[in-house]
Design a binder for this molecule. Structure first.
Ligand code: NDP
Length: 448
């Protein structure tokens, strides 16, 4: 798996200790496979136990959240915050509310976040947090009470120079608003400790669009560099119709591409006339799921209940934007068979290691999430700057900065790929190495 015996040893130890954390081990394995090319070049990595340290979170805070539902019953949820690495800045990473939240998923996300934040070149360390609370079907008041009780513990561990959370699955501007409101009441300061806030509460214009738009800016750079081409006329499929997927769809269409399929947990819509993204956004305002309703507005569209069917739709470009491990080997084979030649991850680790390898072996251009979905955290970094300096930038200013950051991230991955693999398009290796280098150098500067 790795050539370096040092890495083999570190990974073997990790697998023994964390056998029950498959997502975390998967994320580490993917990164260490790339770092293999670097460890021989800098003996300090082994001498100073950099890899042993970088795969272990600096701190995990676990806590109970009790809250009262609308019927007066006391509910109990479990929550945690993984503060993974603060070598290059205050911890930064989203909060996820989803029934699947566990230590493995939180650690994988926080580890990925560490390298992603490093790639943006902004001073942000890596963290992730969440709870097994499921906001689906809860009333607005229940969500508010849960968020407030969640902050009653978390407030001790966060702050503008300590740890700055944001949204993720199940956490949008509404939840951030309730959490920030409670935090502000306790701390008595308007410090901007959360990002993805509502605009009136100090949020940044362009943050809602940032991850999806940034993904498209990254793909634009790939198309330019590797195909001398652009989005015009490309057939694109996007899984997930949430914050990332819907904004990616909007930008693909603006750039001249045609989005022909999208999904959510109710199923897949395949519309050869081009997905009606305005309809999806409108339906999302009042419905928990929307794909099962699309066909009644566009009868020629094809609906399937099976979310995996999206990967069977012939396309040029696939953008998995829903969740981790959406594309297994069988779906990767299907995509390649049907002519897909570019896959760009909008979600975190939506592609398994086997599927990623299959894409690479079949000359599919591949954009790894830690680079291609970094636009969200990049604009969160810009939100922190605006809050710290009491400024409000226009949407155009933020979007222009985002565009530049995504170009810079692409360039860093591209250059690292060339330097370490001799190939220009191994962006998985390029992103892992470029992200890792800054973090480990800071760790060396700061001593053990
Ligand atoms: P949202 O909750 O806003 O949206 C997720 C979307 O994916 C929803 O449409 C959801 O459907 C759908 N979905 C979930 N599971 C499946 C599945 N198995 N098959 C098909 N659709 C599914 O989350 P985000 O858009 O914020 O996040 C999506 C991914 O992007 C996550 O991996 C997240 O970590 C990552 N990410 C998010 C960033 C951000 O700025 N928000 C930044 C960087 C990464 P339904 O609504 O029906 O549940």
């Amino acid at each position: 798996m790795f050539k370096s015996t040092y890495l083999m040893g570190v990974y073997a130890d990790l697998t023994k200790r964390y056998q029950d954390q498959p997502e975390f081990l998967q994320a580490v394995e993917e990164v260490l496979s790339s770092i293999d090319l670097l460890v021989d070049k800098d003996p300090r990595i082994q001498q100073q136990a950099i890899v042993e340290r970088i795969v272990e979170p600096e701190r995990i805070i676990k806590f109970r959240v009790s809250w009262v539902d609308d019927s007066g019953k006391v509910q109990v949820n479990r929550a945690m915050r993984v503060q993974f690495n603060s070598a290059i800045g205050p911890y930064k990473g989203g909060i996820r509310f989803h029934s699947s939240v566990n230590e493995s998923i939180m650690k994988f996300l926080a580890f990925e976040q560490t390298l992603k934040n490093s790639l943006t070149c902004l001073p942000m360390g890596g963290a992730k947090g969440g709870s097994d609370f499921d906001p689906r079907g809860k009333s607005d008041n229940e969500i508010m009470r849960f968020c407030q009780n969640y902050i009653l513990e978390l407030y001790r561990h966060i702050g503008p120079r300590m740890d700055v959370p944001a949204g993720d699955l199940g956490v949008g501007a509404r939840e951030i608003g309730y959490m920030y409101g409670m935090y502000k009441r306790i701390e008595n300061e308007f410090s901007g400790t959360f990002t993805s806030k509502g605009i009136e509460s100090g949020g940044s214009l362009g943050r809602a669009e940032a991850t999806g738009y940034g993904l498209c800016y990254f793909v634009e750079e790939m198309l330019k560099a590797f195909k001398n081409d652009d989005f015009k006329g490309k057939r694109v499929i996007i899984s997930g119709a949430g914050k990332v997927g819907s904004m990616a769809a909007e930008k693909v269409i603006q750039l001249g591409g045609k989005v022909i399929a999208m999904s959510d947990i109710s199923g897949v819509i395949h519309d050869e006339n081009g997905i009606d993204i305005d309809l999806i956004k409108n339906l999302s305002k009042t419905n928990l799921v929307v794909m099962d309703k699309y066909q009644s507005y566009h009868p020629n569209a094809i609906y399937s209940k099976n979310t995996k069917d999206i990967w069977k739709v012939p396309c040029d470009i696939a953008m998995p934007c829903a969740t981790q491990n959406e594309i297994y080997l069988d779906s990767a084979e299907e995509l390649v068979k049907n002519g897909c030649w570019l896959v760009a991850e909008g979600a975190n680790m939506p592609t398994t290691i086997e599927a990623t390898k299959y894409f690479r072996d079949h000359n599919v251009l591949f954009a790894p999430g830690k680079a291609s979905n970094a636009g969200g955290v990049a604009v969160s970094g810009l939100e922190m700057t605006q809050n710290a300096t009491f400024q409000n930038w226009s949407f155009e200013e933020v979007d222009e900065k985002l565009h530049l950051i995504m170009k810079r991230i692409f360039r860093r991955c591209h250059e690292a790929s060339l330097e370490y693999t001799g190939k220009p398009d191994d962006l998985v290796t390029g992103a892992n190495i470029a992200g890792f280098v800054k973090v480990y150098q800071a760790m060396i500067q700061q001593g053990v």
